[in-house]
Design a binder for this molecule. Sequence first.
Ligand code: BG6
Length: 466
Amino acid sequence: MRAEKSDVLVLFGASGDLARKMTFPSLYRLARRKLLNVPIVGVSFSDWKTADLKEYARRAIRDAGIRVDAKVFARMTRGMKFVKGDYSKPGTFRDLKAALGKAKRPLFYLEIPPSLFEMVTYNLQKAGLIEGARVVIEKPFGHDLASAQALNASLLKVLREEQLYRIDHYLGKEPVQDLLVWRFGNTLFEPVWNRRYVSNVQITMAEAFGVEDRGSFYDAVGALKDVVQNHMMQVVALLAMEPPTSASAHCLHEEQVKVFASMRPIDPKNFVRGQYDGYQKVEGVKKGSRTATYCALRIDIDSWRWEGVPFFLRTGKALAATATEAVVEFRGPPKRFFDAPGVAIPQTNRLRFRLGSNAGVGLDVQAKRPGEGMHSEAVTLNVDFSQALGDSPLPYERLLGDALTGDPTLFATERAVEGTWAAIDGILGDTGPAHRYAKGSMGPKEADRLTAAYGGWTAPLGVTVK
Ligand code: BG6
């Protein structure tokens, strides 16, 4: 059954930071591709008129480094309206209803603090605006399993699950979606994608910058909840899931959820936390804070496919580089004929998925070292997606476009969100020590023990570890 397209896009929090940084540039790019054909209505507390919203959108697009084409901008802002109001007041929703006119299938995008999700959704319902609507919300979806369940239960009193679109912007990234095509669009990899051939999987999400101006937000959250529970877990699911029956949203989601359900409770011994030097001086960070700006963990997936294959995850702020890479490391060959005398080269194949700005895939293989003897040397077969495949949509461009057309494939479901919280439940309460690490390093050395038996952490392409 084809979903009906939305007939108006309503941005709650239209004057906010996310709208400026992500939403307007993404909507402009959609409009440029003629994929945005509905009016935009902005709602916020700001004392604005429609002209102010247009100006804000224009500046946001320009600040994102995009040249604003007058025709495209006119198309994007045709029918644009601004509704000023307090989200707790019924009057705001009456004004919104009037602004929506005859629209029957609004897409409400709640770019607002999560504490307001329920208030806004319930007020939309009271105003009679929910039937036929879709609602997009942004993480965090709760702060542990119980709060995620409570939020879901509360929202699902007034919405059906298929009306609720939970954004995890990692799923909007082309190289993340490529994991599915790579695995299930080729015959070459799936036969070896299991415990017989894979030794371990590592995912590194490194960021060279600190928490900057997000001190008070970040200090209450920390690395595990900020990016592991959501972005990195979604990547694990795509790497570890079974082949789906079809590429429908339902079948894909079913398989992803099974991965979370198969995760063994994480042993706190397999969880290492770190904090970069100088973090405590960031504005908004509490004195003596023990919040982790780095964490590393080992996940075990109890399934026929993955029994005995650890998945190692690490992420951190203020590290040596900004790079997100998932590495599938294969077992070595049964005999090592080609080691140079005295130099044991790890003869393992590694498939490296670069999921960040230099998106692409590399495959480390052994080739003959030129010259005397018969010795091997590691070389990398590399594909750079932007060179090979051209320009990609921005994550929010893809996700907002999908929400407007009613395609839920790349959104997190209720069961996925709860599954990821359940998987990390055992380490949420463990505040343990946050080991100090130097800015520009790859995190605290205490994390090295997790991967020691597997030859250590694999540095993302081009990252030199100090
Ligand atoms: C966000 C986190 O969800 O993802 C940030 O809150 C993080 O702390 C960001 O920096 C990373 O996203 P990306 O797309 O830049 O890798």
